[in-house]
Design a protein around this ligand. Structure first.
Ligand code: C2E
Ligand code: MG
Ligand code: MG
Length: 334
């Protein structure tokens, strides 16, 4: 065992020598999955399969990882593929639902819009959080399918609210980085046209990690913005946005992540971060929203600071479309 690991580490060191490619320096790395004969499999095909399983785990752990096969790994991978196949079926059979969470004007408390958040009632595992299955969908290549489902459902709901006279001015939809491919802007244009919706009713939320990719993203975002679609950077502050980059982005809103809201107004660092992001947003002409506002104290503090929009349990949790309609009616009556 020692010999084969040493060989792999050697091989990694050889690979890690910098390469020049079109003027860029690249440092290759390799993940390694290892299986043993006869413990892990009795034939070549079985050994390769076991090594592949170990390799899959090594890739999950990050660049240059080495992983040995264990039966537990095989079981975990099997479970993951089962959930993935359940998810594919759930999307195709319309077993997912969208919930909508109110976004409220901090000054007037008027409803400015809602954020669409996907939910999945798994037949065995129960209600699954998108924080669990969205990364899985991204990893297993299902996010395009899921993202299209969400966009179609959200727009159909927007059209229904318009037809029924429910005052929901805007709907924000989360977009995974993998959805931002050439043709995405045309896809959005087609959907808006089919549902006869003005582009200004739709806000697309992207994360800072999507912006790290390359400059083609900026052209794509600009095409969406030229159509009139609103663009928000979600979970702002948790990624690595370069300020030089941000000033070129055609975004309209910064959504400050909940981690900076949780300890307000007591945490001096969070207070400083809120004030800084607000000043940045103001000077670049972006609307600034605070995510995850739960208490009156947090709300009053943020409103006093001049945050434009509030999203959080303090005003309303994510709810099904019918419950949201009730929520709106109750507010207008009250
Ligand atoms: P996000 O886009 O940042 O959405 C905000 C999350 O914070 C939601 O969690 C929401 O329910 C939660 N939240 C809002 N206010 C409060 C609060 O006051 N307290 C607490 N404790 N939580 C609050 P959720 O619905 O579980 O979604 C988690 C994440 O999953 C989302 O974070 C988003 O990144 C992703 N996601 C959800 N739906 C979609 C989707 O349709 N497509 C994609 N690509 N991602 C989605
Ligand atoms: Mg979001
Ligand atoms: Mg967020």
């Amino acid at each position: 065992m020692r010999i084969s690991l040493a060989a792999d580490v050697n091989c990694q060191q050889t690979l890690a020598k910098p390469l020049k490619l079109e003027g860029h320096e690249l440092i290759p790395s390799a993940c390694v999955g290892i299986s043993f004969f006869p413990e892990d499999a009795a034939d070549a095909q079985g050994l390769m399969q076991a090594a592949e399983t170990a390799l899959y785990r090594a890739k999950e752990r990050g660049p240059s990882s080495i992983e040995l096969f264990t039966p537990l790994l095989a079981e975990r991978l099997q479970r993951k593929f089962e959930v993935a196949s359940d998810l594919r079926r759930a999307i195709q059979n319309d077993e997912l639902t969208l919930n909508y969470q109110p976004q409220v004007d901090s000054r007037t408390k008027a409803l400015l819009g809602v954020e669409a958040l996907v939910r999945w009632q798994h037949p065995v595992n129960g209600l699954m959080s998108p924080a669990t299955f969205i990364p899985l969908a991204e990893e297993l290549g299902l996010i395009g399918l899921l993202g299209d489902w969400v966009l179609e459902k959200a727009m159909a709901q927007m059209a229904r609210w318009r037809d029924q006279g429910h005052p929901v001015p805007q709907v924000a939809v989360n977009i995974a980085p993998q959805q931002l491919v050439p043709g995405f802007a045309d896809h959005i244009r087609d959907l808006l046209a089919r549902h006869q919706l003005p582009a200004s009713m739709l806000e697309l939320e992207i994360t800072e990690s999507a912006l790290e990719r390359d400059n083609s993203i900026i052209a794509l975002l600009q095409a969406l913005r030229d159509m009139g679609v609103l663009l928000a950077i979600d979970d702002f502050g948790t990624g690595y946005s370069s300020l030089a980059h941000i000033k070129h982005l055609p975004v309209t809103c910064l959504k400050i992540d909940k981690v900076f809201i949780d300890d307000l107004p007591d945490d001096a660092y969070d207070v400083a971060i809120i004030r800084t992001v607000l000043a940045l947003g103001r000077s670049l002409g972006f609307r600034v929203l605070a995510e995850g506002v739960e208490s009156e104290e947090q709300f009053l503090f943020l409103a006093e600071q001049g945050i434009d929009t509030i999203l959080g349990y303090y005003f309303g949790k994510p709810m099904e479309a019918g419950v949201l309609e009730q929520w709106i009616d109750n507010r207008t009556k009250g």
